[in-house]
Design a protein around this ligand. Structure first.
Ligand code: HEM
Length: 288
């Protein structure tokens, strides 16, 4: 019998079990808060927000698995990529269902709002994309689609981008977490571009990882400065200087820098601890 917590050989995988349990925690938390009237004055709207946040976080986590697996030399991480991706689809489905419930199940209103409001249209296209990926994630579909599977699943980059645009558009004034998510997405895309060309035996040299972290940090800072300049005519230098002080809290560029640094340090530690790799011919990374 195949259970989601078993590995390919049918044995219990503590990693898969832990991730499976962790995937239920956010929705469990929302359900308890809902049942105990702790979701504020507009519980449905708050629940929509929480499930939306977890959708985008899970898409980013799913995208981070391939680079982290290579950088940390933690091969078994691949076991949970599909689970996290399907988890993202489950969260967006709930996000959408809660939105329908918030519209009193009036499907005509739901359809016309999706057609009228561009941020909802973008979110809906992303939802359809995730549904396609989830439907083609079974072992049977992977076998049936063969090489086409990988091309199809590259759609996840576009889906993530659409999700991030939807997120930024609806967040309006509060752009702190959306900017962090954008910065992490830039890091992930830069990693893939570099790895496709410069990976050695499936692994990008750590100097590249450091460079990618630096570029993603700078782009996050510049992106935030550009946003404040366009939306509120704030001097970009004022926003950029905030990255070097804590007066306005920890800025998104600092978080992206911390993320990049942690990955780099963990990668360096992994290199020292990992057993030497055998030299396999043609051992390039897979970048799904
Ligand atoms: C992959 C697809 C999607 C992703 C990643 C996503 C993600 C998000 C995120 C991160 C938020 C903001 C949460 C917060 O700031 O606390 C949000 C809000 C929201 N989303 Fe989505 N979403 C997606 C699809 C959809 C769809 C299909 C709909 C409905 C048609 C939808 C309707 C909403 C609504 C109504 C809000 C709250 C807006 C407000 O209160 O002004 N989303 N979504």
């Amino acid at each position: 019998m195949k259970y989601p917590w078993n590995d390919y050989s049918g044995r219990l995988s503590p990693l898969k079990l832990t991730v499976l349990v962790a995937l239920f925690l956010p929705v469990g938390w929302t359900a308890i808060a809902f049942a105990t009237n702790n979701l504020g004055a507009r519980p449905f709207n708050e629940a929509i927000h929480q499930q939306g946040l977890w959708t985008i976080r899970l898409i980013l986590i799913a995208l981070a698995i391939t680079p982290l697996r290579a950088i940390l030399q933690w091969q078994r991480l691949i076991l949970v990529r599909r689970m996290v991706g399907v988890g993202a689809f489950a969260y967006v489905t709930l996000h959408f269902c809660l939105y329908i419930a918030d519209q009193n199940f009036n499907l005509v209103t739901v359809a016309s709002e999706i057609a009228r409001r561009i941020y909802l249209t973008i979110g809906f296209v992303a939802l359809l994309g995730l549904a396609t990926l989830a439907a083609t994630s079974t072992d049977r579909m992977v076998r049936r689609l063969g090489r086409k599977w990988q091309s199809l699943h590259r759609l996840v980059y576009l889906i993530c981008l659409l999700g991030l645009i939807h997120y930024s558009m609806q967040s309006k004034l509060e752009q702190w977490e959306p900017t962090i998510a954008d910065g992490i997405f830039v890091w992930l895309m830069l990693y893939r571009l570099a790895a496709a060309r410069f990976a050695v035996r499936g692994r990008l040299p750590l100097a590249w990882v450091a460079g990618i972290g630096a570029v993603a940090t700078v782009l996050t800072g510049l992106g935030e400065a550009a946003y404040f300049n366009i939306a509120f005519h704030v001097d970009p230098l004022r926003v950029l200087s905030a990255d070097f002080s804590l007066q306005t809290g920890v800025r998104p560029a600092v978080i992206v820098f911390a993320f990049s640094l942690i990955v780099l340090i963990a990668g360096a530690a992994g290199t020292r601890l990992a057993p030497p790799q055998k030299n396999r011919p043609g051992g390039r990374a897979r970048f799904a």
